[in-house]
Design a protein around this ligand. Structure first.
Ligand code: DUT
Ligand code: MG
Length: 242
């Protein structure tokens, strides 16, 4: 159970270095293995900032982020990276082959594991269609693949590391609705025992989440399941209708 992947934010307040006002105030929630916690809220609400505190891209100014009961401030980044995979909002690909890009973070993965990850991420067919397959070149910044392909390669990269915790920051926005649905169905199976925290724009992506946190101006203003929030949260209703 030591490597279970329980994530807890405890009264977390965060301001960017040098900034006066916090972008996150008094954030508390727990996400457990087997659960999906979704974060929704308008642009600038603080969703990306919230995710960034778990892999310690930044540290809170107050409160604590805990991984399996241990404050992440006591863990080094390499240790966190083994257990937590963040798929960033602007997925990053570097100059090199598809294989290099997928192995980034877990160099000892087998080809079989790379293809398994691509299959789940709905990237298998476009990689297979490339003349050189896994050896096909990616340009710096991934400029020679589409935004949706970039997202799928970055999701596959996260899957290759087989983490206990997945953080998806708006990772499905560049996908068409059908691919989005297929990918999420496949992910649901693969990540069934993991802890999943997902930032989403489309409500359809998160209706099945165990808990949805509605973030507004750096605060969790409402929380609950999709059905509960439809009844209780005007902010959520606005998002659903938008
Ligand atoms: N912010 C900074 N510095 C940064 C990043 C963000 O000051 O390096 C500010 C901008 C914004 C707030 O923090 O006022 C929250 O930004 P965040 O990127 O966390 O918002 P979001 O909810 O992820 O917005 P979006 O839906 O546009 O991705
Ligand atoms: Mg964001």
């Amino acid at each position: 159970a030591a490597l279970a992947g329980v994530v807890e934010y405890r009264n977390v307040t965060f301001a960017y270095p040098g900034a006066e006002s916090p972008v996150l105030s008094n954030i508390s929630f727990t996400a457990r293995p087997g659960q999906t916690v979704a974060i929704i809220g308008s642009t600038g609400a603080g969703k990306t900032s919230l995710l960034s505190l778990l892999p310690r891209l930044y540290d809170p100014v107050e409160g604590e982020v805990l991984l399996d009961g241990v404050p992440v401030s006591r863990l080094d980044r390499a240790e966190i990276t083994k257990r937590v995979a963040l798929v960033p909002q602007r997925p990053y690909l570097f100059s090199g082959t598809i294989e290099h890009n997928l192995r980034f973070g877990k160099s000892e993965a087998t080809d079989r594991e790379l293809w398994d990850a691509l299959r789940v991420a709905q990237g298998e067919s476009f990689v297979r269609d490339k003349k050189n397959g896994l050896d096909a070149r990616i340009a710096q910044g991934g400029t020679n693949v589409s935004g949706g392909q970039r997202q799928r390669l970055c999701i596959a990269r996260a899957l290759v590391t087989k983490p206990r915790v997945y953080l998806f920051d708006d990772s499905f926005s560049a996908l068409d609705v059908a691919t989005d649905a297929r990918l999420r169905a496949a992910l649901k199976q693969t990540t069934a025992d993991a802890t999943v925290i997902i930032v989403a724009q489309r409500v359809s992506t998160i209706t099945e989440a165990d808990q949805i946190l509605v973030l507004d101006n750096g605060r969790i203003v409402d929380r609950g399941t999709h059905e509960e929030l439809l009844e209780t949260s005007p902010t959520y209703q606005e998002i659903v209708e938008s």
